[in-house]
Design a protein around this ligand. Structure first.
Ligand code: UFG
Length: 345
């Protein structure tokens, strides 16, 4: 199969690496650009071990348009872009807003500029359910109201979506699929790639698995007095490989000109809301490993409950996130064990 090139920005990161694996399996030539600010080049070994193919890799920053142009001059077969390159820590974005606006927005604008110059058909953009804020109703559809952003990080996702809409409506010669992720968790079942957080994890699953293996003393559950059945927050936890597969379908729609509109938006979630306490319980049952935890005060800025209505993605993309949560928890645990085995953590 001789399929075109796909540029995966942030391709050595968590979701980028899993998506690269699925793209290679689907027969695409993948070029990764990553500045390695929050990932390790050894991820390429994991991708190669799974697929038998090593993706092309350019170590550069997407805010550097000269580097991007050089990349497009070198790889002339690129027809689609999947943009994962972004800073993503909510708390850090409050401390360093300019870093977030600069990284996330300049990256996107540089890519859009190059797309016209180098005749790229389309861009898949990583957005987030953060755009729905605290929803009035669950599950949320793509038409649920967009709420004011509560962090610079969230604002970069909203502004990025607007930039894409504006540029495409101005007549730019390409299309876009915007994917709004819910909470991606787990790792590739091979445990050859997974999530590698820098320092103390801010997200639930890496903190949970690091606690289960003894790196952290206990997991703090942020609040048990929310208006939910067990009092803890509710999220839509989606398996990262399921999520990665949606990108292959999305980029295919762009390069094969199958999009119904120049900008398409999809929620990527399972449709099931699961509470933090239920998730801990699922992990313990799936792995047989206990997670020491305590109830802690609420974390500022947390949404009480949000989960997806994924019908639009199910019907239009023919995609469904159907990996059982217990399997996903086992994959996260296997990955944590592999990190210990490799002496990484
Ligand atoms: N949580 C804990 N203890 C922890 C970490 C998290 O109880 O140590 C809880 C949080 O309070 C929350 C849930 O677990 O209720 C999930 O928290 P995460 O930090 O894993 O994920 P969030 O839902 O807060 O964040 C995600 C993405 C962001 C996105 C945000 C939108 O990571 O990119 O959703 O709300 F912006």
């Amino acid at each position: 199969m001789n399929r075109p090139g796909i540029l995966v920005t942030g391709g050595t990161g968590y979701i980028g690496s899993h998506t690269t694996v699925e793209l290679i399996k689907a027969g695409y030539h993948v070029v990764i650009i990553d500045n390695l600010s929050n990932s390790n080049v050894a991820v390429l070994d994991g991708i190669e071990a799974i697929t038998g193919v090593r993706p092309d890799f350019v170590e550069a920053d997407c805010t550097d348009i000269k580097a991007l142009r050089a990349l497009f001059e070198q790889y002339t077969d690129i027809k689609g872009i999947i943009n994962f390159a972004a800073s993503k820590a909510v708390g850090e974005s409050v401390q360093k807003p300019l870093l977030y606006y600069r990284n996330n927005l300049n990256t996107l604008m540089n890519l859009l500029e190059c797309m016209s110059e180098y005749k790229v058909d389309g861009i898949v953009f990583s957005s987030s359910c953060t755009v729905y804020g605290e929803p009035d109703d669950n599950p949320v559809t793509e038409n649920s109201p967009i709420k004011p952003a509560t962090s610079p990080y969230g604002n970069t996702k909203q502004i990025s979506e607007e930039i894409i809409e504006d540029v495409i409506h101005s007549g730019a010669p390409f299309k876009s699929v915007i994917l709004r992720y819910f909470n991606p968790v787990g790792a590739h079942p091979s445990a050859l790639i997974g999530e590698l957080p820098n320092g103390v994890p801010q997200n639930l699953i890496p903190y949970l698995t690091q606690t289960a293996i003894g790196i952290r003393k206990e997991l703090a559950v942020f609040g048990d007095d929310y208006n939910t059945p067990d009092g803890s927050c509710i999220r839509d936890f989606i398996n990262v490989v399921d999520l990665a597969k949606a990108h292959v379908t999305a980029v295919e729609r762009l390069i094969e000109d199958k999009c119904a509109t120049p900008v398409e938006i999809f929620n990527l979630g399972t449709g099931n809301g699961v509470s933090v306490l239920e998730l801990i319980n699922t992990f313990e049952e799936a792995t047989g490993v206990k997670v020491p935890y305590r109830i802690a005060p609420r974390r500022e800025g947390d949404i009480e409950k949000v989960w997806a209505n994924p019908t639009h993605a199910n019907e239009v993309l023919g995609w469904v996130a159907d990996t059982p949560l217990a399997d996903t928890m086992r994959s996260a645990w296997k990955w944590q064990l592999a990190l210990r085995e490799k002496g990484i953590m």
